[in-house]
Design a protein around this ligand. Sequence first.
Ligand code: FEO
Length: 400
Amino acid sequence: MHNIQKISNDLIYVGVSDRRLALFENVYPVPQGVSYNSYVLLDEKTALLDTADASVANQFFENLQAALGGRSLDYLIVNHMEPDHAALIPQLVAMYPEVEIIATAKAGQMMEQFFGRPMGRLTSVKEGDSLSLGRHQLTFTLAPMVHWPEVMMTYDSTDRVLFSADAFGTFGALGGNLYADEVDFEHQWLDEARRYYANIVGKYGVQVQNVLKKASALELKMVCPLHGPVWRQRIDWIVGKYDTWSRYEAEEQAVVVVYGSIYGHTESAAMRLATMLAERGVKDIKAYDASHTHVSTLVAECFRASHIVLASSTYNNGIFPPIETLLADLKAHAWQRRKVALIENGSWAPQSGKLMRAELEQMKDITLLGEMVSLKSALAPQQEAELETLAKAIVESLGK
Ligand code: FEO
C-alpha cells in the first residue's frame, strides 16, 4: 500500500523510512532508523526529486505511482548521486523510458560509474540554470562537497521551497509526522541531527558556509532535505545550527569528558576531575567511556561542546585504541577551535599524553588547558592537587 503525504496541492512526499537498517553507510548506527526523502511535483510537467535507497524500492515505487496518479514522469531531478538516493535510477528509467534526467555533469559521470552505462535522456545543468514545469520555476544551485562533489540543490521560486539535498537532514525515521514543527526537534532530534551533520558533512565546513551564503539570498518558506523532517517553521533556527557547526564553533559552553580505560583507573581519575568541575559549578557535564560509545556520537559531542577532557591509558606504547580512533575521526572531520585538557595513564611508560598532544597539534586552533595529569597505574593521593589545578584551569577557561 502506498504511503504518501501531500505537502501542497502539487508537492507530494513519496519518501520512505527504514527502521531495519543497522548501520547507515555501513558505518553509523541508526537506532532510530533513517528516512530517504523524495518528492514529486505535479504541474503541466511532472518531476521527481531524487529516488531512494535500494532497500525501500517496493514502497518507493508504490508511492511514486500513487503520487503520479497515472500520469507519466517527465523529469527526474538528481540532486545527489549517493546510492541512498540514487540507487533506484536504473529501475526508474526502465519504468519511465521517456523521463529526462536533470543533473550536474559530475552526477552524469557518476551514473555511468555506478550503473555501467549512461542513464536515459540526460540534461546537464550548471549553477543558475532553470527549468519550468508550468507554474513551478525551478533553479539549480551547485553545492559541491555537501556532501559529494556532484551535489546540487533545487529551488522552487514559485513556492519558495528549497530541495536541499543532504543539507539540513538528520538521522531518524519519520514517525508519520513529516514536519520538524510537528515533533520536539530540539529535544528529540537535535542530537541525531548534529551526529548526522558532524559525521556526514562535518569535514566540509567551508563548502557548507558557501551554500549558506547562497541560501541566505533566497526567500525560504520550506526546506525539503533528503533525510529527516521537512522544515516550514523556524528555518532560521536550523540554518543557524548549520552556521555554527560549519564554522566549527562550539554550540554550547560545556564540558565533555571522554575516557579510554582498561581496568578503570583512568576512568576513575577522569570522573574525579568531572566531580571537581561539578563542585566548582560546572553544569551539564557529559562523560563517555570511549569503549562503549560509538565514535560518531563522540565526534558529535566534540562538535557540540567547547571543552573536551581526553583521558587515555597507554596501550602497546600508544594511545588506547578507542581514543586513538576518536582523534583520527576528529582530524578527518576537520574538528577545530576547542579547548582540551589531557589525562594520561601508563604503568611503566606513559606515552598516551604525548601522543594525544601530537594528534591535537595537527588540528586547527586547539588550545591545551593547564598541565596534563600523568598517572602511573592509578591516581596517587598526592595527585589530587594536580587534578584540582586542571579543574581550575578548565573552569577559568569556561569563564565561570
Ligand atoms: Fe544521504 Fe550523501 O547521501
